[in-house]
Ligand binder design. Structure first.
Ligand SMILES: [Zn+2]
Length: 145
């Protein structure tokens, strides 16, 4: 599914879910699904405010909560300060966090699910998921030093 198809899919599911659809809510969904930057609620709010002066931070939080409930978004607690969100890939996948600027990217790893499967097999646990995060210093911060 490409990004635009995913935006439409999530919006359609939200309507089914009985979520009231406003231009502000639709814009929040679009940012959360399209962004590769794993924004926090505050960052989504700040990005949209110039175009949507009627937007409130409460609307961002409510939309995030609904998407999470629908399984269309995951929360990342990587910097211990703010919760960041990934509405692009709403399933466990590894992230790489810059220790200096806090930017978060997805790490291309082959078969991240294989690790959880291996753990499930060796321990007999069911529904095993993993949260695998990496920390480093991004190329942009390196060039600033
Ligand atoms: Zn991600």
């Amino acid at each position: 599914m490409d990004t635009e198809a995913r935006v439409q899919h999530v919006l359609a599911r939200m309507r089914e879910h009985g979520g009231r659809m406003t231009p502000q809510r639709a814009a929040v969904v679009r940012v959360l699904v399209e962004s590769t930057a794993h924004p926090s609620a505050e960052q989504v709010y700040e990005e949209l405010l110039p175009q949507y002066p009627m937007l409130s931070l409460a609307t961002v939080y409510k939309t995030v909560a609904l998407l999470k409930e629908m399984g269309e978004l995951i929360e990342l607690m990587v910097d211990g300060v703010q919760v960041h969100f990934d509405g692009r890939q709403p399933y466990a996948h590894p992230h790489l966090v810059c220790k200096r600027c806090g930017s978060i990217i997805d790490v291309p790893i082959d078969q991240p699910h294989a690790l959880a499967e291996q753990v499930a097999q060796t321990t007999g646990y069911a529904e095993v998921s993993a949260s695998l995060d990496f920390w480093g210093v991004c190329p942009r911060c390196q060039s600033r030093e």
